[in-house]
Design a protein around this ligand. Structure first.
Ligand SMILES: Nc1ncnc2c1ncn2[C@@H]1O[C@H](COP(=O)(O)OP(=O)(O)OP(=O)(O)O)[C@@H](O)[C@H]1O
Length: 339
């Protein structure tokens, strides 16, 4: 006989869409929208766990609305006065969409193409099964202890389950060997997710080398990983992090194009542009390819004289345009803290 102790509902019949079915639960089995449920079907003689996701929940039987009409008197009081039992009065009809069973040969979900029969018992999908099949970890069974696998990044847990109950790990190779975009609305945690992925990739089990360009200064706290026990390997590995804040980051002006400099300078006058271009060309003809701002200014002064007003505007010690150009430091907009 089927063990019904973990049964949370029973299939009532098909839903509106070909992949949907409806099922009924009593109120004490509070199943949230988004929850994953499972039932067993036989595929080629083998029992398979089919997964489905709850998409809607509505009350089909509750206390009569007349019991709820008076805000001064609780519905239980009305019911007790009339001798109506209030235990087990509420029944919910839920709609679920079939995801399929996990085909371990194809390492993907396969649709059984047949909705569960009315009366089929439904259970909450077990944590370990979801952890294995949802991120498609390519395991040979549909239930594996994923924390023992190498090369996976722990990105969090399912929100409609208790904290840390159903953890999700995604294969690092899947996103690190191709492209990854994190798309979500403003403030929903995109940068945080990127930080979690970076951190996971630098754990002893993965040891990735990463280069992060961080124009908003959001990732400087990643350096806190260094020295943390959780990131140290038994063989002495630990992540090494070099954080260059904008103060430490220098780009040699000779590495830029004159167009870059013109674009960065705040609206230079025609005279300034002319003086800069002429000196720039002269510098490019020089043997040394690694000249700096001081040499460029010296060249302008040599060509136009050190009392030229436009050269002066470009070269002024503290307020000169060229020196001002390199001292603009992006503002820190957000400091990331996870550890
Ligand atoms: N999983 C999380 N747990 C706790 N706090 C989080 C989580 N994800 C993000 N936050 C917090 O929410 C705030 C917004 O996160 P974040 O900056 O990553 O969002 P974003 O999508 O990158 O935002 P924007 O679109 O503005 O760049 C931050 O204060 C962050 O610390």
């Amino acid at each position: 006989m089927t063990d019904r102790s973990d049964v949370v509902g029973t299939v009532a019949g098909p839903g509106d869409d070909p992949n949907e079915f409806v099922f009924v639960t009593p109120s004490d089995k509070s199943i949230k929208t988004g929850e994953f449920i499972t039932y067993t079907v036989s595929v080629e003689g083998e029992p398979r766990s089919v997964f489905a996701r709850v998409t809607n929940r509505e009350l089909i039987r509750g206390l009569p609305e007349g019991f709820l009409a008076d805000p001064e008197v609780g519905p239980e009081t009305v019911a007790a006065t009339l001798g109506v039992p209030t235990d087990d009065t509420e029944l919910y009809r839920l709609t679920a969409t079939v995801i399929g069973y996990y085909d371990t040969n194809m390492t993907t979900f396969a649709n059984p193409r047949q909705l569960p029969d009315p009366g089929t018992p439904l259970s909450i999908a077990p944590h370990q099964q979801l952890e294995t099949v949802l991120p498609n970890l390519g395991c040979e069974t549909d239930s594996t202890d994923v924390t023992t696998l190498d090369g996976v990044a722990h990105i969090g847990w399912l929100l409609n389950r208790p904290a840390e109950a159903t953890n999700l790990h995604i294969p690092i190779e899947e996103f690190a060997s191709t492209h990854l975009a994190i798309l979500a609305s403003t403030g929903s945690g995109k940068s945080y997710t990127a930080s979690v992925l970076i951190e996971e990739m630098m754990r002893p089990s993965s040891r990735a080398s990463l280069l992060v360009f961080d124009p908003h200064g959001e990732y400087d706290t990643l350096a806190e990983m260094q020295g943390e026990e959780a990131f140290q390997g038994a063989d002495g590995y630990e992540p090494s992090i070099e954080y260059y804040d904008p103060e430490r980051l220098r780009v040699r002006i000779s590495e830029l194009e004159i167009g870059d400099v013109m674009a960065i300078l705040d609206n230079p006058s025609n005279r300034m542009q002319e003086r800069l271009s002429t000196a720039w060309r002269a510098m490019q003809r020089q043997e040394s390819r690694t000249w700096g701002i001081d040499e460029l200014i010296a060249e302008m002064e040599r060509i136009y004289g050190d009392d030229d007003a436009s050269v002066g505007a470009l070269s002024g010690d503290s307020d000169g345009r060229l020196n001002g150009m390199i001292s603009s430091i992006p503002k820190k907009t957000f400091r990331w803290t996870r550890l």
